[in-house]
Design a protein around this ligand. Structure first.
Ligand code: NAG
Ligand code: NAG
Ligand code: NAG
Ligand code: NAG
Length: 336
């Protein structure tokens, strides 16, 4: 039986999902003076500074060739996942065994037992591993984890910025975990030390790996949004969050990674609404929304995710639909 999946997505996840399609194959010789170039997989060449300003839309070709998937099965032997609850396959419940994700009904639809996944069943990363014909990724904190095909470092509740940094900004975090992205990077480095002993050996291993860098950063914004502070304060965090994600990307590239999926976003390119006006960088004014006199659409709606500040563009909807059709409705495996 083919899995039938219906998904209702919160907007923040939609953003993450769309940008998940930005599979960026990066030159392994990246340095600050030697900009990242897309060496395959995307229609554009772009510079390192553009990592977060381009949506490399590999699923949007009309003459999409079904035999040319973004993830070449044969070249990928391992996946390393960084992130938060969108991707956690059990790290948080190893940190905190009494957390609710360790109890039913979490897991009820697929595993029938809780696994620590913050869902009733599988996560996107699980579909990626299935697609690559790999076992599910074990969480890094699992003592007897089998890491021969990769590791999941994602921790539900994790922020991109260190908890201490958020605290300094008077941003009250959820206190669920301190395992921020930089902590996950430390874990990654320790793991690497355990599987390869020279830089070139590590490079070779990472050259055959896929790095899933996120979604991460959502909790940084949530901390602000769930607090009493303004929406704009969340936007103000964007540059710092992007900075830390960029830093971690550079680090994994230095170690040898060449394939990285980056569900990051840039506020100018993607947060800006296409149809709107506003004195702010989001091009949005609550009192003069799309459809009001004098409010016009941007020239290139295909470069935007948000149409009017509430709804997404056709382009965004199309990418999501394509992805769901292509990968989720594949009879990867059955759910009963
Ligand atoms: C770990 O997983 C691999 C598949 O990636 C499998 O071949 C191997 O037998 C597993 N090792 C153990 C100890 O279970
Ligand atoms: C997190 O912990 C700090 C210090 O222990 C506390 O002041 C704060 O209220 C906690 N936040 C939440 C959301 O529980
Ligand atoms: C996070 O770190 C702070 C400061 O070291 C500590 O007080 C707190 O208990 C930690 N929180 C968790 C969930 O581990
Ligand atoms: C954030 O946490 C990591 C991991 O514990 C640590 O190595 C790093 O120095 C911290 N960074 C900052 C800016 O506090």
């Amino acid at each position: 039986m083919v899995a039938r999946v219906s998904i209702i997505l919160p907007l923040s996840l939609v953003v993450a999902l769309i940008l998940c399609f930005a599979t960026v194959a990066l030159s392994s010789t990246f340095t600050d003076d030697n900009p990242i170039r897309v060496v395959s997989d995307g229609p554009h060449d772009f510079q390192s500074s553009d990592v977060f300003t381009n949506i490399v839309d590999i699923h949007d070709d009309d003459d999409d060739d079904d035999d040319a998937p973004i993830l070449p099965r044969s070249n990928i032997k391992a996946i390393y996942q960084f992130g938060d609850s969108i991707s956690d396959t059990g790290n948080l419940i190893h940190e905190n065994p009494t957390f609710k994700y360790a109890r039913l009904p979490y897991g009820i639809s697929f595993f029938q037992i809780p696994t620590g996944r913050p869902s009733n069943g599988l996560l996107m990363i699980d579909y990626f591993t299935k697609y690559l014909k790999m076992p599910f990724l074990d969480p890094y904190l699992k003592k007897d984890g089998n890491f021969s095909h990769g590791v999941n470092f994602a921790v539900a509740g994790a922020a991109a910025l260190n908890t201490s940094i958020l605290a300094m900004k008077d941003i009250v975090t959820s206190n669920v975990t301190n395992s921020s992205l930089l902590v996950q990077l430390d874990w990654f480095k320790s793991h690497l030390n355990s599987i390869c002993s020279t830089a070139s050996e590590c490079k070779e291993k990472l050259g055959k790996s896929l790095i899933m860098m996120g979604e991460i950063g959502g909790n940084d914004y949530n901390s602000v949004l769930f607090g009493k502070t303004s929406m704009l304060k969340a936007y103000d965090l964007v540059p710092e969050v992007v900075q830390v994600i960029k830093y971690v990307i550079k680090e994994v590239i230095k170690l040898g990674a060449i394939r990285i999926v980056v569900p990051g976003f840039d506020k100018d390119a993607t947060m800006k609404v296409c149809c709107g006006v506003g004195e702010n960088e989001y091009n949005f004014d609550m009192n003069r929304q799309c459809g009001s006199d004098g409010v016009v659409a941007c020239e290139h709606p295909n470069q935007r995710i948000f149409w009017d500040g509430i709804h997404l563009t056709q382009h965004a909807y199309r990418i999501m639909a394509n992805w769901l059709i292509k990968y989720n409705f594949d009879p990867i495996f059955s759910m009963t």
